[in-house]
Ligand binder design. Sequence first.
Ligand SMILES: C[S@@+](CC[C@H](N)C(=O)[O-])C[C@H]1O[C@@H](n2cnc3c(N)ncnc32)[C@H](O)[C@@H]1O
Length: 341
Amino acid sequence: MAGPGDNTTPKGQNERHIPVLLEEVIAALQPATGQLIIDGTFGAGGYTRRILETGASVTAIDRDPSAIEAGRALERALAGRLTLVQGTFSTLDQVALLGGVPDGIVLDIGVSSMQIDEAERGFSFQKDGPLDMRMSSSGPSAADVVNRLKTGDLARIFNFLGEERHAGRIARMIEKRRASEPFTRTRDLANAIEALVGRNPKVPIHPATRVFQALRIFVNDELGELVRALHAAERVLQPGGRLVVVTFHSLEDRIVKRFFSDRSGTGGGSRHLPQLEQRLASFTPIGKGIVSPTAAEAERNPRARSAKLRAGIRTHNPPLAEDHSIYGLPNLPIFHETARS
Ligand SMILES: C[S@@+](CC[C@H](N)C(=O)[O-])C[C@H]1O[C@@H](n2cnc3c(N)ncnc32)[C@H](O)[C@@H]1O
């Protein structure tokens, strides 16, 4: 019988995405025989395989149909110990209703190497591809956003989600150009941005990097997904259950940090984040602050460099009321409300 360490994934997909902070995730999650863990971001199954090796069972979610498809052989080989679900991790409490109450939940936020490497997915401008960027195959694509949102909304997306200092200029250039020729390809958009703002020899990244990042986060509602998933985890975990989150972006880490400090009463309090009475805390943080990759891991896997792990243990208290204002998220447009037809 195949084991979780066997290479049962077609096209060697599990070799292409190197799991980040893997042993640190396991140390925080402490999976064990007889437990059920939800892996909210299956990807190439790197975390799932390692969790299965501990004897725990896994329900794994991914919004990308090709990630789920690639994991089906492993699911069949493990007969009952692994269940794959195609969907978004913000619905993990509904997934848990079907699969059983989890002892732990892990989220590895962002895109996989497979998604970035495949030109047809449109995440990267290194290789030309359609301007898509959807992790699932439904909803508006990056081309819809670029060609249809109002200029002011585009500028706010580039500014907030990409911290792009030329956000307004780039949005105005897009508005002008799309009137005669809409953007449909990744390289075309990247070249147009480069032609507008030029290359700064002191800045090593391509001038379109931040706009592409902002579009990806917006198209997939990545920040909204994360906030909803944290609250779903709070609802579904039993006392002693563990929540482990790995992020790669400062906006995401800020959300996770504020969630745990708000829910544990360790934040010190502020006008926006009043101190919670600790006797009401719904989580106890694991460790102090973040866990980052070792120098050896960052050297081995450059993608790991910006990774941050935060984790907490569910207390016996009921879930606290949700107050999304603590995350400091801007009111970005909701595509269907603001898009021009
Ligand atoms: C960084 S990869 C996970 C890699 C995985 N931990 C491994 O070791 O192979 C992130 C995965 O999460 C998925 N994903 C991102 N946002 C999601 C969401 N809101 N709901 C479900 N899956 C999501 C992506 O499609 C991608 O496959």
